[in-house]
Design a binder for this molecule. Structure first.
Ligand code: BYC
Length: 475
């Protein structure tokens, strides 16, 4: 591995300088990427100096460099975790064989598809968040938004590198297409449902970073098990950056809950209307946002029973979360897994072949992780002495993919009629009126040390700086 030159056009630890053809291909993609950033990246921010971390290394200490950067000048580098000497395939038909440094011909199109699906989400999220820089509740939050945006951009680079380096001409075409599909576009939408939903205000931003970025964590962790070693090592390193994104989501919602509770304390009431009049977001509204973002994110795990997922696993392309820590044969041919199914009008649990249930297993790992976050939010409410507790709706609620997509399921897990759904949906999902209310709160608050009234300040700043630091300089 050569050492990394942060000043290179494309900083990297893949010896790009030694591979002129690949370097030229990526350098010719760069201007397209930059015009995409200009057009669909954070609106009106070209001249801002932002205190950003840039990945410059892959060692666990000191992998990032913090400095003021104008976002279009950010160094979107290509970094793969160091190879693990002698790494063997951990699961599926090829278990025990050496991992692959090149794509096996028979798995080429499947792997390309997985990489494209992963890559497509990254610029999608930047597009979804492009207007949020106009209304951030504080400079600290504004900086975190931009940090996430540039890193999602880098994650796109990570996938584009794999496509260019390992998939020849069709890889290059897929890399182009990544900049042609757009979030919410009627003709060329992004591939996965949740990435076509707008993220128009900051409550949605924090919920997205908690729920949808967490899908990223679990999908990347599964791809980090791949027998295709460059993919595994790329995803491993992406997970390092991803942790901050989920921190932004979890702590963001936590700070909103804290502020709401403070306002309820001051008013001595938990009446949602009074809370709203005081400029905070009532807990019932927060629950509706949880229901929405959770349900669209749960869809991202695919169908409960999927032969695609079984094939990815058997072929060694995509493993389970923390594959090596699971105590079984890592072949799963004779195993079963408990899956939620629809039987007539009832939701039942039934043992299904473990191989076809791989998506559902990952969804369960995700659900458990989400619940841990909710428990932490609930502690804040509990500390303030209120009885309300947030809960995750049933996994069948508001689904567009899989076993429950054809029926209506209530948050507590009952299959209900269309009429009952229509009667209750305004209690369960954000209404137009809710969205309009939340939008009224979205006013930028860019004075040092100040913060909008609907969210509490963070307990700590970024990189050892205080909350009232000038994280963004507007020039
Ligand atoms: N929307 O057999 P199934 C992140 C399609 S997030 C639309 O269950 P499979 C990030 C599916 O493609 C992580 N379509 O599918 C977060 C298939 O289509 P075909 C992103 C969907 O393959 C925040 C059909 O339905 N990474 O990084 O087992 C910010 C049959 O379904 C959806 C990945 O997703 C959906 N929700 O599972 C920034 C990893 N779900 O074949 C970034 C790579 C399913 O009939 N992707 N379909 O045309 C995969 O592993 C798989 O593609 C999926 C789907 C898990 C998504």
């Amino acid at each position: 591995m050569s050492s990394i030159n942060y000043n290179e056009r494309i900083p990297n630890n893949v010896d790009l300088g030694e591979n002129r053809r690949l370097q030229r291909a990526l350098e010719s993609w760069l201007p397209n990427y930059l015009s995409w950033w200009d057009e669909l990246g954070p609106e009106g921010t070209q001249g801002y100096d932002v205190l950003l971390r840039t990945a410059v290394d892959v060692s666990s200490d000191g992998w990032a460099h913090f400095d003021y950067v104008k976002m279009p000048e950010y160094r979107w580098g290509i970094f793969l975790n160091e190879p693990v000497p002698g790494r063997k395939i951990a699961f599926g038909d090829h278990k025990g064989e050496d991992v692959w440094q090149e794509v096996p011909g028979e798995y080429r199109s499947t792997l390309r598809r997985l990489i494209v699906t992963q890559g497509d989400t990254e610029p999608a999220s930047v597009e979804q968040q492009r207007l949020l820089g106009l209304t951030a509740p504080s400079l600290y939050d504004l900086r975190n938004l931009f940090q996430i945006n540039v890193e999602e951009g880098r994650h796109l680079w990570a996938m584009v590198y794999l496509l260019h380096a390992h998939f020849g001409r069709d890889g290059r075409e897929e890399a182009e297409a990544m900049l042609e599909r757009h979030s919410g576009d009627a003709d060329k939408p992004r591939i996965l449902g949740a990435f076509n939903e707008p993220t128009p205000e900051w409550l949605s931003m924090f919920m997205f970073a908690f729920f949808t970025d967490r899908d990223g964590k679990f999908q990347l962790a599964s791809l980090a098990e791949s027998a295709f070693d460059p993919l595994a090592r790329t995803c491993q390193f992406m997970l390092t950056e991803e942790a901050h994104h989920m921190f932004v989501g979890e702590s963001g919602v936590m700070r909103i809950v804290k502020r709401t509770c403070e306002v309820m304390d001051e008013l001595r009431t938990d009446d949602p209307e009074r809370v709203r009049q005081a400029g905070a977001i009532d807990l019932e509204t927060l629950q509706r946002w949880i229901n929405f973002h959770y349900s669209v994110s749960v869809d991202l795990f695919g169908q409960e029973l999927s032969t695609n997922a079984a094939n990815y696993y058997t072929q060694g392309l995509k493993g389970r979360y923390h594959e090596a820590k699971i105590n079984d044969d890592h072949l799963l041919v004779n195993d079963t897994y408990n899956v939620f199914m629809l039987e007539g009008e009832k939701i039942i649990e039934r043992d299904q072949p473990a191989l076809t249930s791989i998506n559902e297993k990952l969804r369960q790992d995700y659900i458990d992780d989400c619940q841990r976050g909710l428990n932490r939010w609930n502690k804040v409410i509990e500390k303030h002495g209120y009885d309300v507790r947030f809960s995750l709706p049933h996994r069948g609620f508001h689904r567009a993919i899989g076993n429950f997509s054809e029926v209506k399921v209530s948050p507590d897990g009952k299959v209900i009629s269309e009429a009952e759904w229509t009667k209750n949906v305004d209690k369960w999902l954000p209404t137009e009126a809710d969205r309009a209310f939340v939008t009224t709160l979205m006013k930028p608050c860019y004075e040092h040390g100040k913060i909008a009234g609907w969210i509490a300040p963070p307990t700590r700043g970024i990189h050892g700086h205080p909350f009232d630091f000038d994280y963004v300089r507007f020039n």
